[in-house]
Ligand binder design. Structure first.
Ligand code: NAD
Ligand code: IPM
Ligand code: MN
Length: 360
């Protein structure tokens, strides 16, 4: 029997609340499937750990994580620790050091999900955003000169290597080819005269090898407008680290809200662990009340099942998430319900069990 070893970094704020439900659901799936199981190891890293130890994780933390195939992460960042410290030293460090250069973020309107757009049907919002996840605007390169002086200058440099740019664009082309879907690049070469001119050039060059893939290219400002006005324009989307961050929050908003959006940080070569997380943050405004929506964390759990080759179970978890929203009986307040995080998790577990029974 396969035993999948998963490192759990539940993190801050609502992180542990939603991850609890994810672990519960994954264990239930394993029990129902019968031929695999999960072994979860918890790492108490995050802002509380920082306040106690002066660092976000122990010095050998990354070494400890290397032993796992997957990391399941809640959220990092909380008032009391500067965000650029907590995020750069934990979440962004894992993405970069484990070369998780592909960030797969589905933007898909499930049935029953609250969509703020008028007259939009399920088939009109069905895309996958492939976000570059290792460099670009997040490279951390820069300088702070003449601090506090009148001539103060701050530099934040984007780094777009040929290797880094080609590999993410190639990944997106491959996905578009495999799924028979169109590929849209989102960039901004009219203003960013080095990075995005290069990005567009590489998109064209790599495209020569994929004459069968229909491509489009949008400036990020126009793309944002079309996400809202005509989301059906997009199928597979490839974009840089920062643009991908921003448009996937927009994507989350049109597809049901932050409580529903998931993302996989992949090291496709599987040399290092990949990481799965809801794309939302620690939500300090609703933390510790037991009312956070766990569905994004459950969608990430479904991505974990896909990652381990159990796509059939990944699809079932997604079906059940959809069922919960169609039923409307058990939803958290962000989706107009009155249920708790735990009640939504329990409902998903119950529906999964029922699914299995009815199939037998
Ligand atoms: P956020 O995603 O935490 O919250 C934005 C809004 O969405 C809030 O009103 C919140 O209540 C709501 N929301 C988010 N997730 C929800 C859920 N599951 N259920 C119901 N409502 C939900 O973003 P923020 O407030 O900008 O950031 C808070 C902290 O989280 C910051 O420290 C930020 O840096 C960090 N952050 C971390 C991650 C991550 O670890 N992956 C992602 C984004 C933000
Ligand atoms: C995300 C988050 C992170 C990002 C932050 C917390 C550094 O917003 O995963 O979308 O910008 O990548
Ligand atoms: Mn984000």
């Amino acid at each position: 029997m396969n035993v999948y070893k998963i490192a759990v970094i539940a993190g801050d704020g609502i992180g542990p609340e939603v991850i609890n439900e994810g672990v519960k659901v994954l264990n239930k799936v394993a029990e129902l499937a019968g031929d695999f199981s999960f072994e979860f190891t918890y790492f108490p890293w995050g802002c509380e750990y920082y306040l106690e130890h002066g660092k976000m994780l122990p010095d050998d933390g990354m070494e400890q994580l290397k032993k796992f195939e997957a990391v399941y992460l809640g959220a990092v960042g909380y008032p009391g620790v500067p965000d650029h410290i907590s995020l750069r030293e934990l979440l962004l460090k894992i993405r970069k050091q484990f070369d998780q250069y592909v960030n797969v973020r589905p933007v898909k309107l499930l049935q029953g999900a609250p969509c703020p757009l008028k007259d939009v049907t399920r088939d009109q919002i069905d895309m996958v955003v492939i976000r570059e996840n290792s460099e670009g605007e997040y490279a951390g390169a820069g300088d702070w000169l003449f601090k506090g002086k009148p001539e103060e200058v701050v530099l934040q440099t984007g780094v777009f290597s040929r290797k880094g740019t080609e590999r993410i664009i190639r990944y997106a082309y491959e996905l578009a080819r495999k799924t028979g879907r169109t590929l849209t690049s989102i960039s901004k070469a009219n203003a960013l005269n080095y990075s995005m001119v290069f990005w567009d050039q590489v998109f064209e060059e790599v495209g020569q090898e994929y004459p069968d893939v229909e491509t489009h290219s949008y400036l990020v400002d126009a793309a944002s407008m079309f996400f809202v006005k005509q989301p059906e324009r997009f199928q597979i989307v490839v974009t840089s680290n920062l643009f991908g961050d921003i448009i996937t929050d927009l994507g989350a908003a049109i597809a049901g809200g932050m409580g529903l959006a998931a993302g996989a940080n992949l090291n496709p070569e599987r040399v290092y662990p990949s990481m799965f997380e809801p794309i939302h943050g620690s939500a300090p405004d609703i933390a510790h009340q037991g009312i956070a929506n766990p569905l994004a964390a459950l969608w990430s759990a479904s991505q974990i099942l896909d990652f381990f080759g159990h796509e059939n179970w990944g699809a079932k978890v997604l079906d059940v998430i959809e069922q919960v929203m169609v039923d409307k009986k058990t939803l958290t307040p962000d989706m107009g319900g009155v249920s708790s995080t735990e009640e939504v998790g329990n409902e998903v577990v119950a529906l999964l069990s029922a699914l299995k029974t009815s199939q037998v």
